[in-house]
Design a protein around this ligand. Structure first.
Ligand code: ARG
Ligand code: ZN
Length: 874
């Protein structure tokens, strides 16, 4: 069954109020839902009432207090239908019984580590009770939660706490929560369990106190402090930058160890994968701290972009996700280093969204149709969705962007909105027609922009000729030109500023390129310039520029735009990597030129911005190179090419790298702040490169660092270097690490990931053994992702083994996980999305593995959808 955007119809009924009574029990939880229903004036007048269900068992049903006779309704696991409901407001009381212990899908009400929790987005609420489980039905919820006192001393719900007490004559107690803000069912949540917490009071900008709490497994409270701090900073930032204030008396975050995604923005009760809450210097890396900060912020920001203004239907998912990712990116940029964060964002986009956009799974940021909505929580919806918001801001400027955001929140507060509502707010404040720009939501595929420059010395003009095209994607064979903001400038070869002008470039330095072809002429150009294009990555496009390596190295040295300084080095390195991997000729001199430019850069700039230097010194990844080559890819050749280029660069830079490694040695106690993290990042990149120059030296240094490290960042980085060097030192270190953290599942995940990423023939066997490790569990999403997901996503030579064993292994795991947890299985399967760019032999093997999955009769809708789209036209 396919759901289509064009078929949207308002609900025939509305539910104004929901009273839920949930009596928690490990195997038989009783849910009584009292729903205040009325016909929707916008619905069909004589429609039946059809409530959604999923694996539900009905235990009782009454309408306006009268038990409904069997003939007046039909109840199955998937739906509850009343064909002749009243045509005026009425009350329906629905009783269901569910088994949270048997819920391995981790959707609806389930148990994690003995605690009860829920996940309702996108369609999990229908696994708790029969409901109009769609985002445009907004209700005010009152929830009574009852449980055994010992099993669940803590009882949490949405909104504000209103009452709690004992259940007379039993060992049970209850809590009542009321959420005054109408919300869709996907934002419902409850938690019951034994939990410790840390907390503090936050005073909002209008002076209202809010009690903040972060709940974790008892004994782990000391690892929750950073999350609490990040929450407080997020709340302050949203007040300052977007004028958004929090609106309840409490804000609770709960960390659980079994969770399908990163976290969930349930109103007033965010539930998190504990990986994105728990942190201590001994167990978390700098990257973990940065992720925690970003995800805490992301979920908090949803309170306005997602909850107060929600989505009319799931096609509008990017309305809340793209916007909220943009908001969390801006937060992290303000809290950390803006250019460094921008580069990290673009690396993620290129590593995850570009491959998706070039694959059989490509889809518009606002899809037109879906079979399974949970398969559309993608890099395209999230990351490209955020890029669209960023482009809008680039085009209209900071002030109009803020005015448009204010108008959007004002107009749409309390409603379920669409992408059109969002764009209309900006069209109103600017008076601009955003019709062409809106194409970014509808057209899939990554545009390619080709630019050529011509200098006329006599006229002192410089002309840039732009051309764009977007490749076909599933269901969209023909493409239209996109409205592409190009932030640009000209750089003189000696690094001085050029007094160049063009009428078509805005005072902020932005040119709007919105036709298939266009040209831009600068006047007053006194010397031949190097163009710096797509500064700050002003649009999510691929580019072909007719710049020489020498031009690019001018940019690396002199561009005022930090993103393009980094990009210039990456572009030169990418050219060399592609040449090496495909056997094309690249002049030897160019390898030296890059290596020397990087050495000069390190000597000059490392101290000033170590985090940035670490990024400049990191060559494009193997999968980036595979994407750039784009067809008939041989991952082994790419792996060899990258090793070779790393060796060349590291050999030339060796003394400078060793010098930094010594100078940047940690002194004081660990602090997760961005500046300290940047110093560690640079030092660890130096270690990694030194090992590329000299394996023996690398092994000695990494072993010493592994032993001496006082924090997880340095210990894991050392272990990471060791895993690239086969031998006893590596195996000893892996064993020591495994023992040391035997009781720390989140740390063992890192250990699983490192071992799954080893690019050697023996890795598959290693993974098979690790699947027998006592800490591994096929039912836990974090464990499956860290061991098998990392293999599929981070180990290109072994996943894409020429003998097909990598594909077969992942296919087997997909088939094993699918009956337990379809969402995790489907996500794992997306690793196959790049199969068509492989060379013929691998392509055939991957296709066989996909076909073997497709042949299975009992696939979940999640896996069936991914496998069928992956195979389309094959
Ligand atoms: N709204 C959540 C977030 O981005 C993601 C929840 C997705 N869950 C799912 N089962 N598809 O913060
Ligand atoms: Zn989100």
């Amino acid at each position: 069954h396919i759901v289509r955007l064009k078929d949207y119809r308002p609900s025939d009924f509305l539910i104004d109020r929901v009273e839920l009574d949930v009596r928690l029990d490990p195997r038989a939880t009783r849910v009584t839902a009292t729903l205040s229903l009325r016909p929707n004036p916008k619905g069909r007048p004589d429609a039946p009432l059809v409530l959604d269900g999923d694996e539900l068992v009905l235990k009782g049903l009454s309408l306006d207090g009268r038990a409904l006779p069997a003939g007046e309704f039909e109840a199955g696991p998937q739906a509850l239908t009343i064909s002749q409901p009243p045509r005026q407001p009425f009350t329906l009381t629905v009783e269901t019984e569910i088994d949270p212990t048997a819920n391995t899908k981790l959707m609806g009400l389930y148990r994690s580590g003995g605690n009860y929790c829920t996940q309702c987005e996108a369609d999990g609420f229908r696994r708790i009770t029969y409901f109009l489980d769609r985002p445009d039905v907004l209700s005010v919820y009152t929830t009574r939660i009852e449980a055994d006192r010992d099993e669940a001393p803590v009882l949490l719900g949405n909104g504000n706490p209103v009452e709690r007490g004992a259940v007379a004559g039993t060992n049970r107690h209850y809590a009542v929560w009321h959420d005054p803000y109408p919300k869709p069912s996907y934002l419902f949540a409850l938690v019951g369990g034994r939990l410790g917490h840390v907390g503090k009071t936050f005073v909002t900008m209008s002076g209202r106190p809010v009690r903040l709490k972060v709940y974790v497994e008892p004994g782990k409270e000391d690892r929750a402090g950073y999350a609490l701090d990040a929450l407080e900073r997020s709340m302050r930032w949203d007040e300052k930058v977007f004028g958004r204030e929090y609106d309840l008396d409490e804000f609770n975050i709960v960390a659980v160890s079994d969770f399908n995604m990163g976290a969930m923005e349930n109103k007033g009760l965010n539930i998190f994968n504990d990986k994105y809450v728990l942190a201590s210097p001994e167990t978390a890396t700098d990257a973990d701290y940065a992720n925690i900060e970003a995800i805490i912020a992301h979920e908090y920001f949803h309170n306005w972009s997602g909850n107060r203004v929600t989505c009319r239907d799931w096609f509008q998912l990017c309305l809340k996700e793209g916007l909220t990712v943009f908001r969390d990116q801006e937060f992290s940029s303000d809290e950390r280093s803006r250019p460094v964060h921008r580069i990290a964002e673009v690396k993620t986009l290129r590593a995850r969204q570009f491959p998706e956009d070039a694959s059989p799974l490509a889809h518009p940021v606002r899809p037109q149709q879906y079979r399974e909505i949970n398969n559309f929580y993608t890099a395209t919806v999230y990351e490209k969705g955020a890029e669209i918001v960023r482009m809008l801001k680039t085009l209209i400027g900071d002030e109009d962007f803020r005015r448009g955001m204010d108008l959007y929140f004002e107009r749409c507060d309390g409603t379920a909105a669409t992408v059109e509502d969002f764009l209309d707010a900006f069209a109103t404040v600017t008076g601009r027609d955003l019709g062409h720009f809106a194409r970014w939501y509808a057209q899939a595929g990554t545009p390619r922009v080709t630019v050529g420059g011509t200098y006329d010395a006599a006229a002192q003009t410089y002309r840039l000729d732009f051309a764009q095209s977007t490749p076909p994607t599933p269901g969209q064979p023909q493409k239209e030109p996109m409205a592409i903001p190009v932030r640009l400038g000209l750089v003189a070869r000696d690094g001085t500023a050029l007094p160049a002008r063009s009428e078509r470039v805005s005072p902020q330095g932005v040119f709007l390129f919105d036709k298939a072809q266009d040209s831009l002429v600068f006047t007053g150009v006194t010397s031949p310039p190097v163009p710096s294009l797509f500064r700050d990555f002003s649009a999510p496009v691929r580019t072909s520029l007719d710049l020489t390596d020498e031009d690019l190295l001018v940019l690396l040295r002199h561009d005022t735009d930090a993103f393009n300084r980094w990009q210039a080095g990456q572009t030169v390195a990418m050219r060399l990597l592609v040449a090496l991997a495909t056997g094309a000729a690249a002049p030897d001199g160019n390898f030296d030129a890059l290596a020397q430019a990087l050495r000069d850069f390190v000597i000059r700039d490392a101290e000033r911005d170590p985090a940035f230097a670490a990024l400049v010194l990191t060559l494009p990844g193997e999968s980036d190179v595979a994407q750039e080559i784009g067809a008939d890819v041989d991952p082994d050749a790419i792996h060899r090419a990258r090793r070779e280029l790393r060796r060349i660069v590291a050999t030339v830079c060796r003394d400078a790298l060793a010098d930094i490694y010594d100078r940047f040695a940690e002194t004081g106690p660990y602090s997760p702040d961005a500046a300290s993290a940047g110093r560690r990042a640079l030092r660890n990149v130096c270690l990694d490169l030194l090992a590329a120059a000299d394996a023996g030296l690398g092994e000695r240094m990494a072993s010493a660092q592994f032993e001496a490290a006082s924090n997880m960042t340095d210990r894991l980085a050392a272990l990471g270097v060791l895993t690239t060097l086969p031998g006893a030192a590596r195996e000893d270190a892996l064993a020591a690490f495994g023992e040391r953290y035997a009781g720390e599942p989140l740390v063992l995940d890192k250990w699983f990931t490192l071992q799954a990423s080893i690019q050697e023939d023996g890795t598959l066997q290693r993974i098979r053994s690790l699947m027998e490790h006592p800490a591994f569990s096929i039912g836990n999403p974090n464990r499956v992702r860290s061991l098998v997901g990392s293999f599929a996503m981070l180990n290109p030579t072994q996943f894409n083994r020429p003998d097909g064993q990598g594909y077969d292994f992942v296919a087997d795991v997909v088939l094993r996980v699918d009956p337990l947890n379809p969402q995790v299985a489907a996500r794992l399967l997306t690793a196959f999305a790049t199969w068509r760019i492989m060379e013929e032999g691998r392509r055939n093997r991957a296709c066989e593995a996909l076909r073997r999955i497709a042949e299975n009769a009992s696939l979940s809708r999640d896996v069936a959808d991914i496998v069928h789209r992956s195979l389309e036209d094959a």
